[in-house]
Design a protein around this ligand. Structure first.
Ligand code: KIV
Ligand code: ZN
Length: 385
């Protein structure tokens, strides 16, 4: 069983979600919860971006002891110096520097030749190594970079001392097979790669961030970057809770695990949603309000007989109290009876049939039938009698 390390970038890439702006205190609250969740690395911000970001990273670096604290930095010496200023008090620190490698970015954004990109990347890593033992280099837009050139860049930064190499799918463009192949080729062609952590970082523009992440793991990636609830730039990043639960639920297939305390997932998700103001859709995998709710009579009946009929994750596994059988027009008699017992009613067969008929009537008039509605439905009848 391999252990996949979790690099959480909720506070950096996640904060790049349009409309999100976390205060220093809010960032600290999230960082402490991420530490409780057991993430290996917390990217706390981008020190050179603003004095506020630098201060937040600095505060988090002083307080969080069980996760490595990371600052992002462009491949510029002044950025790296700022990151060191923010991270110098950390128990465990990592500098994450990046430079775009793809032809589109080289031509239109950087106006640099291939050689200049390598030269700048190597200079950044060498400068960072003066301060940091752990240096990560990201080939921005790596998934749209010519593979032989990507191998050249990775070889150069590994030789310069990078200990983590990340291949971001910056614009969420790649496919699982294509992305997996990049990792396979890097492992086959970069000298010394076995001494380096290979990291994946996927965006969700085509809804494939988690699938691409899992493909990279299959192809040998040992670090996963992502955010809680999948928040992030544009359509967001790979949702870490989904990756972790895929590995946990399908251990038989992936043969990989993480250090996460999975029962902290629901709490972490709620905290991030509340502080960022980014609502989690009800049908969102793992952390959506409906992820452990069953509405149809057939499913509810199956769940009452044996939960593995329709549930592949036990709610307690991620810190959710219990499965919910939602009562509505599709619910069957078994779920209705189960709810009555839960609410403290023991009805005879005839009373149950009659109450069930009135419940179905109510469902046609009311979309959501709550516990209070059912109590009222039964009690009004008991009063009539
Ligand atoms: O998506 C991306 O390319 C990034 C890098 C800065 C790592 O977030
Ligand atoms: Zn990103």
């Amino acid at each position: 069983m391999r252990t996949i390390e979790i690099f959480d970038t909720t506070l950096r890439d996640g904060e790049q979600s349009p409309g999100v702006n976390l205060s220093t205190n809010e960032k600290m609250e999230i960082a402490l919860q991420l530490e409780r969740l057991g993430v290996n690395r917390i990217e706390a911000g981008f020190a050179a971006a603003s004095p506020g970001d630098l201060q937040s990273i600095c505060n988090i670096a002083k307080r969080v002891k069980n996760s490595t604290i990371v600052s992002l930095s462009r491949a510029r010496l002044q950025d790296i110096d700022k990151a060191w200023e923010a991270l110098r008090d950390a128990e465990s620190a990592c500098l994450h520097t990046f430079l775009a490698t793809s032809p589109i970015h080289r031509k239109y954004k950087l106006n640099m030749t291939k050689e200049q990109v390598i030269e700048n990347a190597v200079a950044a890593v060498k400068h960072a190594k003066k301060y940091f033992d752990l240096v990560e280099f990201s080939c921005e837009d790596g998934s749209r970079t010519e593979l032989p050139y990507l191998i050249e860049v990775v070889q150069a930064v590994v030789d310069a001392g990078a200990r983590i190499v990340n291949i971001p799918d910056t614009v969420g463009y790649t496919t699982p097979a294509e992305y997996g192949n990049i990792f396979t080729q890097l492992r086959n062609h970069v000298r010394g790669i076995e001494n380096v952590k290979l990291s994946c970082h996927c965006h969700d523009d085509l809804g494939m961030a988690v699938a691409n992440t899992l493909a990279a793991i299959e192809a040998g990636a040992t670090q996963v970057e992502g955010t809680i609830n999948g928040i992030g730039e544009r359509a967001g990043n790979a949702a870490l809770e989904e990756v972790a639960l895929a590995l946990d639920t399908r251990k038989d297939f992936y043969q990989a695990t993480t250090d996460l305390k999975l029962e902290e997932i629901a709490r972490t998700s709620k905290l991030v949603s509340r502080l960022t103001g980014m609502f989690v859709p009800g049908n969102k995998a793992v952390v959506g309000a409906n992820a452990f709710a069953h509405q149809s009579g057939i499913h509810q009946d199956g769940m009452l007989k044996e939960s593995s009929t329709y549930e592949i994750i036990r709610p307690e596994r991620v810190g959710v109290k219990a499965t919910r059988l939602v009562l509505g027009k599709l619910s069957g008699r078994a779920a209705f009876k189960d709810k009555l017992v839960e609410l403290g009613y023991q009805l005879g067969q005839e009373e149950l049939n009659e109450a069930f008929a009135r419940f179905k009537d109510l469902c046609d008039r009311k979309k959501d039938v709550s516990d209070e509605d059912i109590v009222a439905l039964i009690d009004s009848k008991l009063v009539d009698v």
